[in-house]
Design a protein around this ligand. Structure first.
Ligand code: ADP
Ligand code: MG
Length: 298
């Protein structure tokens, strides 16, 4: 079996009545990836994940994980997959300790020492009942629980949602740690910063369609600069720059900023003759590039 491809989604479609939540998507996650599945609210991230985990039955398409079929082999697959859902629901009357002991009784998984470390790291209130926990605390319990059986693949649906900044940092430390130990990670998110900081590969989904996918480094590198110019000739300048080279244009007072899809050399040529007060040309981050995508642009 070729496990190089850990998740493979071919032509997945899921409709709910008239709503097409996921529209013919193709996606591949490779061994060792920290894969970011990015998109605004309602894009189709959770639907895709729920199909992968066989919580939802797809309308069309094929999905495999570790070479096994996500539907036919779903029971076996649970052994190899950890999952942190977007919203966590548990037996309300169990204490956290009881829940973790109960979950752990199924596995021959993590060493107790490591579990204790995680419990301390995430400041888990062991003696509280699950029903009494805040959503952030429930999520922290779900994170630990997802790791107990040392999964080969960890799937997280917007994991940082509801966690305070310290806990988010802890979460990503743990994720980086288990990735080093060989776990492949598939994480949905709408937070571009965290994806840029931690993922190596990314797919952008919007309105159920994948609009871009690739290695983060190559997405950011490709002939793309974040430019900021302060000048008193702003309108004149804007008129004369080639429209096809510009994206995400923002004008504030006498400062214009935009993503420039051409070379700095070309830009400097076009700027010659203008009275420039200030100029910066930088490599943009994902947020600069994909703001339009969130705003409802292309
Ligand atoms: P995301 O996780 O990216 O925020 P979802 O996958 O939850 O997006 O939702 C994608 C689309 O499918 C949305 O338009 C949502 O309203 C719709 N949808 C999701 N689940 C259901 C459902 N059970 N019944 C009807 N529509 C749904
Ligand atoms: Mg969701």
């Amino acid at each position: 079996m070729n496990h190089d491809s850990v998740i493979k989604i071919s032509n997945l479609t899921k409709t709910f009545g008239k709503v097409t939540a996921v529209d013919k998507i193709n996606l591949e996650v490779k061994q060792g990836d920290f894969f970011g599945f990015v998109g605004p609210n309602g894009a189709g991230k959770s639907t895709t994940i729920n199909c992968l985990l066989n919580f939802l039955f797809p309308t069309e398409g094929d999905m495999t994980i570790l070479g096994l079929d996500c539907i036919k082999d779903s029971v076996e697959l649970k052994k190899y997959i950890g999952f942190v859902p977007a919203e966590v629901f548990y037996y309300e009357n169990m204490t956290v300790k009881e829940l973790l002991n109960y979950s752990n009784s199924f596995y021959n998984g993590l060493e107790v020492k490591l579990i204790k470390k995680y419990i301390k790291m995430f400041a888990i209130p062991l003696d509280k009942k699950m029903g009494e926990l805040s959503s952030g605390n429930k999520k922290k319990v779900a994170i630990i629980q997802s790791l107990l059986h040392k999964p080969q693949l960890l799937i997280l649906d917007e994991p940082s949602n509801g966690l305070d900044p310290l806990m988010q940092a802890n979460l990503f430390n743990v994720l980086e740690e288990i990735r080093k130990d060989g776990t492949t990670i598939f994480m949905s998110s709408h937070v571009l910063k965290e994806v840029q900081n931690h993922c190596n590969r990314v797919a952008f989904i919007k309105d159920g369609k994948i609009i871009k996918t690739g290695l983060i480094n190559s997405i950011i590198k490709k002939n793309m600069k974040l430019v900021k110019i302060t000048t008193n000739d702003i309108n004149d300048l804007k008129k004369n720059l080639k429209v096809k080279d510009l994206e995400n244009v923002i004008i504030r007072g006498n400062t214009i900023s935009f993503i420039y899809r051409n070379t700095p050399r070309q830009l400097l040529k076009e700027l010659a003759g203008y009275d420039i007060i200030d100029l910066s040309i930088e490599t943009p981050d994902l947020e600069d590039i994909f703001m339009d995508f969130y705003k409802g642009g292309k």
